[in-house]
Design a protein around this ligand. Structure first.
Ligand code: NIG
Ligand code: FE
Length: 403
């Protein structure tokens, strides 16, 4: 017999409407809201949601949680993090605060390569501890599912150790084998020869997707294509970091290769918006990264109005977004991206689940979905975005278990 859990007398329950994914256009803002509501979980699955007056008589043993004063939303899904890293970049942050630019520090051998050295030095034990710690921070912010990328090892052993650490911490691993060129290689092509021959065969056993940093100073479109095609042929889903600083061809490549997502988009112009909107590729918006680097925000409103499917994520990493909070990202979506709370909710639940290939299972509060629930200490679920940096999280339920 599985345990049943009843979360009762909730002030509100809010969930993306319908059964479709990804949501776009008007459907992105359609949220079902029930007042005075309940969620009933049977083991790891949602059995029923509804209004208290419609709660059926429940036989057998049921654990009850008093939801008075709380709002239930689907467990938040962070579909873009770099949680597997050693050390920090607090020194770089101080330099940037004094005026140095992220790109300058990167070109001078700091940035990603700085974290690469600290990640290699951490060893497998250190990496496991780091991912566990970062996961606990995310859970504290209401994230019940997280993706995390490798990409700070850039050698065989550290890349594979990163993917194992992510998997064993309950995360969904993405092999970011093309993040930067490590110093032991003369150029990007020589590094890719190595990565595709020596790392991909085992990375494909651990990761679900592959990702590339397509950008001036990282990998160009031809190199990204070579990397992604090899990863696709090995069975991995595809993601891209694109249009962060410059438009370098990420959107057309993502559409051509039927990638799951292209992420960042701070530099995307009108044609990119049109191309993405008429495709099945999701645009993953990372406003905490734009804020942290003092860069322009992505054209989120224009993307949504053009019909693009968008998701929101933290981009949690030590250099460009030391932020694990999806509620804060939802606030930025409201104030900086001009997305409504309803659009933000769908973007970091059902649409993020779609990016991770899990929209049938997570991202909604509806019968048959995984019993992942984020409970907000608020009278209205829109406090998720409204309470800027506030302590909005009350509790989470993960797989039917209270955490
Ligand atoms: O998504 N842009 C590339 N990669 C990461 C940041 C990496 C870093 O600065 O350590 C990002 O922003
Ligand atoms: Fe990123």
């Amino acid at each position: 017999m599985t345990q049943r859990l009843l979360v009762r007398d909730l002030a509100q329950l809010a969930t993306p409407a319908g059964r479709e994914a990804p949501l776009r256009g008007r459907a992105l803002g359609e949220v079902d809201v029930l007042e005075d509501a309940f969620v009933l979980c049977d083991g790891g699955t949602i059995e029923a949601v509804g209004r208290m007056r419609d709660l059926p008589a429940l036989g057998g043993e049921v654990v009850e949680l008093d939801g008075r004063g709380l709002c239930a939303i689907p467990g938040l899904v962070d579909c873009h993090t770099h949680a597997a890293f050693g050390g920090d970049r607090v020194e770089e942050f101080s330099l940037r605060s004094g005026g140095a630019s992220y790109e300058e520090l990167h070109a001078a051998g700091g940035g990603i390569r700085w974290t690469m050295r600290a990640t290699r030095d951490a060893g497998e034990g250190g990496l496991r501890a780091a991912v566990e710690l970062h996961r606990s921070w995310m859970l504290r912010e209401g994230t019940t599912t997280f993706e995390a990328k490798s990409g700070y090892g850039l050698d065989r052993d550290t890349e594979l150790a990163s993917l194992r650490a992510i998997r064993d911490a309950g995360g969904i691993p993405t092999w970011l084998g093309a993040h930067a060129v490590p110093p032991e290689f003369d150029d990007a092509d020589a590094y890719l020869d190595f990565a595709l021959a020596e790392v991909l065969p085992e990375a494909t056993q651990l990761a679900e997707a592959a990702d590339v940093f397509l950008e001036r100073g990282a990998f160009d479109a031809a190199q990204a294509r070579r990397y992604l095609e090899a990863c696709r042929d090995a069975g991995l889903a595809l993601r891209l970091h694109g249009d962060q600083f410059t438009e370098s061809g990420a959107i057309p490549l993502a559409v051509e290769l039927a990638a799951r997502s292209v992420d960042h988009l701070e530099a995307t112009g009108d044609e990119g918006i049109r191309t993405l909107a008429s495709s099945g590729v999701v645009g993953v918006l990372l406003p905490a990264s734009a804020l942290f680097l003092d860069r322009p925000m992505p054209p989120a409103r224009r993307l949504v109005d053009a019909g693009a499917a968008v998701a929101l994520a933290t981009d949690f990493n030590p250099g460009s977004a030391f932020c694990e909070s999806l509620p804060l990202v939802c606030s930025l979506a409201g104030t900086q991206l001009h997305l409504s709370p309803a659009e933000a909710l769908a973007a970091c639940t059902i649409n993020a689940a779609h990016v991770l290939g899990r929209a049938d299972n997570i991202g909604r509060l509806a019968p048959g979905y995984s019993a992942d629930i984020t409970l907000l200490d608020a009278p209205d679920w829109r406090y998720l975005a409204y309470h800027l940096g506030g302590r909005v999280l009350a509790r989470v339920v993960v797989g039917g278990e209270l955490r």
